[in-house]
Design a protein around this ligand. Structure first.
Ligand SMILES: CC(C)(COP(=O)(O)OP(=O)(O)OC[C@H]1O[C@@H](n2cnc3c(N)ncnc32)[C@H](O)[C@@H]1OP(=O)(O)O)[C@@H](O)C(=O)NCCC(=O)NCCS
Length: 189
């Protein structure tokens, strides 16, 4: 059975970055970039009240990793261990073998490969440290930066859905889902 995020040793470091579970003190720096319209455009929520974000942050922390560069919070990662669909008899065997990931970075740090570096490490954490068998990520099809990142990391486009997601601007948009299996990740290393 894969372990939980809290069972791992933190921080995890990459060449330029440090990654650790989110804490309450991360509410303010994450609000600073998540409240920007160009960032929130692609996300489920557009926080516009720092106090409300601060109050709700405890709930978000469970599935959130913080990415720091030289001690500055430059982004956050979503890492949600989930149960994939399975038939009833094998439900226990399937439990907690799937992770859904996500990533949100401060645009001030865009275009330098920081998100790619952090998500590459997140994939390693999922497959090597947590031992899950499949990682998925979803985005609006119009979010080129997001699906380009997934392709850069060798993830496979498995779904391109047609106008299935309602954007807050009132339009029904296409969606995409990418995935990678542990065996594929191992053989690509
Ligand atoms: C999705 C998101 C994290 C991608 O950010 P990004 O800056 O494109 O990604 P990276 O930091 O990995 O940088 C990659 C870019 O830097 C370039 N780059 C420079 N040095 C690099 C390096 N060492 N390694 C990889 N890429 C590098 C790449 O060529 C790429 O540029 P390109 O897109 O013009 O080809 C960012 O757009 C974001 O936070 N958006 C808002 C929130 C969001 O949409 N999240 C996803 C929801 S599904």
């Amino acid at each position: 059975m894969p372990r939980a995020i809290t069972d791992l040793t933190w921080p995890v470091t990459t060449e330029r970055l440090s990654i650790r579970p989110a804490e309450q003190r991360d509410a303010a720096p994450t609000y600073a970039f998540r409240s920007l319209p160009e960032v929130a455009r692609w996300l489920t929520n557009h926080p516009q009240d720092p106090a409300a974000w601060e109050d709700g942050y405890a709930e978000r922390q469970t599935d959130t990793l913080i990415v720091e560069k030289d001690g500055v919070v430059i982004g956050d990662l979503y890492l949600s261990i989930q149960d994939p669909w399975s038939q009833a008899e094998v439900r226990e065997q399937a439990a907690r073998t799937l992770v859904e990931i996500g990533y949100v970075f401060d645009p001030a740090y865009a275009g330098q490969g920081f998100a790619t570096e952090a998500v590459r490490e997140e994939l390693r954490i999922c497959f090597e440290d947590l031992g899950v068998r499949r990682v998925i990520a979803q985005c609006f099809a119009d979010n080129d930066a997001s699906w380009r990142l997934m392709e850069r990391l060798g993830m496979r486009r498995e779904q391109h859905t047609k106008q299935d997601s309602l954007h807050r601007d009132g339009q029904w948009l296409d969606g995409m889902m990418y995935a990678l299996l542990r065996d594929e990740w191992l053989s690509a290393r």
